[in-house]
Design a protein around this ligand. Structure first.
Ligand SMILES: Nc1ncnc2c1ncn2[C@@H]1O[C@H](COP(=O)(O)OP(=O)(O)O)[C@@H](O)[C@H]1O
Ligand SMILES: [Mg+2]
Length: 280
């Protein structure tokens, strides 16, 4: 397809079923999650228009775009968090390991363990560090006894790069930690229930540069163990942590591809304008 045709397609708002697979695909491996022709409405207002992309295990996928373009809305489709917003309506097809996550028989509690989420503002439970991590494995029946639970807590905190800092104070409140530690605690909490996908919605926007660097390092370390999708308004961060980038504008997916291509050689003028700071 020529650039001209691609641009035309975007302008005509044609269904993305017509997109070539390489525009949707997340990489070489089989997709962990697929999304096809996803629309999201808040009442009458359409916030996401006909978006189709895949995410896989090999790559960290970044969602970028100006504020209000629908990044969080689309991210929330991936673990049905939009279900919690009464006026939100989602259409289209979204699968996890080939399973329709919007099927009536889908257990949403189970789904949100398989597709965990980390929010902009760290939100530890007002409980001990230990209980913050142990809570999920307990309700999902992942540990048979105290020893196994202790092991899950330790492993999760290790993976989240927090163990060394908290191992002597596991009974302290999670809310007493610094912002960056709280965010790593929330990542450890997501990891504790053995997820397949981790969604992060601007996880560093409330953090200082040092805490941000630690989270980015952590993302590098856990990449490949989980499919990771990160929303960020920080383009440098997207360039640093991701291998695939999706650029959203006014509810549409303008371009999805290899991160270095998006930042150095985008196909769409809109993408170029955004990454060169012409609007945002
Ligand atoms: N709970 C909601 N109720 C109504 N409209 C919403 C809600 N959440 C988001 N929106 C609207 O949907 C659009 C996309 O928002 P959002 O997904 O938060 O964008 P982003 O994360 O890219 O900043 C915006 O116009 C926003 O006002
Ligand atoms: Mg948002």
């Amino acid at each position: 397809m020529t650039d001209m045709q691609t641009a035309e397609m975007a302008d005509n708002n044609s269904p993305s079923t017509e997109s070539t697979l390489s525009e949707i695909s997340a990489g070489d491996g089989p997709p962990k999650m697929t999304t096809r022709n996803v629309n999201v409405f808040y009442g009458e207002k359409q916030a996401i228009k006909d978006v189709s992309i895949d995410v896989n295990m090999d790559n960290v996928t970044a969602f970028i775009g100006p504020s209000g373009c629908g990044k969080s809305t689309f991210l929330r489709c991936l673990n049905r968090m939009n279900d919690t917003i009464p006026i939100a309506k989602v259409t289209g097809d979204i699968t996890l390991e080939g399973e329709d996550i919007y099927a009536p028989q889908m257990d949403v509690v189970q789904l949100r363990a398989r597709v965990g989420m980390v929010f902009q503002k760290p939100n530890p439970f007002p409980k001990s560090i230990y209980d913050n991590i142990a809570y999920g494995p307990k309700i999902h029946g992942l540990a048979t006894g105290k020893e196994e639970l202790d092991q899950i807590v330790e492993n999760s905190l290790q993976r989240a790069g927090l163990w060394g800092e908290v191992k002597d104070r596991l009974q302290d409140s999670g809310t007493a930690l610094s912002g960056g530690q709280q965010q790593r605690l929330c990542i450890a909490r997501a990891i504790a229930v053995d997820p397949e996908v981790i969604l992060m919605d601007e996880p560093c926007s409330a953090l200082d540069p040092i805490a941000t660097a630690k989270i980015e390092e952590l993302i590098h370390e856990i990449r490949g163990k989980y499919a990771i999708v990160i929303v960020t308004h920080n383009m440098q961060q997207a360039a640093r942590v991701s291998q695939r980038t999706a650029f959203f504008h006014l509810g549409t997916l303008v371009e999805y591809g290899v991160t270095s291509d998006i930042f150095t050689n985008p196909v769409q003028d809109k993408t170029r304008d955004y990454i060169t700071g012409r609007y945002g």
